[in-house]
Design a binder for this molecule. Sequence first.
Ligand SMILES: [Zn+2]
Length: 78
Amino acid sequence: MPTYDYECNQCAENHRIQHAMSAEKPACPSCGGELTQVFLVAPAVNGAGSGASDFDAPACEAPMGACGTGMCPAFNGS
Ligand SMILES: [Zn+2]
């Protein structure tokens, strides 16, 4: 189930709430106020930017968990 970040319009608290994608927008757990969805650090999903992109890198053949630790050939090659 995806996790969404919300900020309350009333108490300005931030809440991370897990709910189904098709579910109604939840109310603030603290005050019951209306929540506005906020998008925190958004990953570059489409690789639209310039420069090195993970999408251009060769498939990582390192064992699960080794990527990024210096043991991954794909990581070292970029
Ligand atoms: Zn609230």
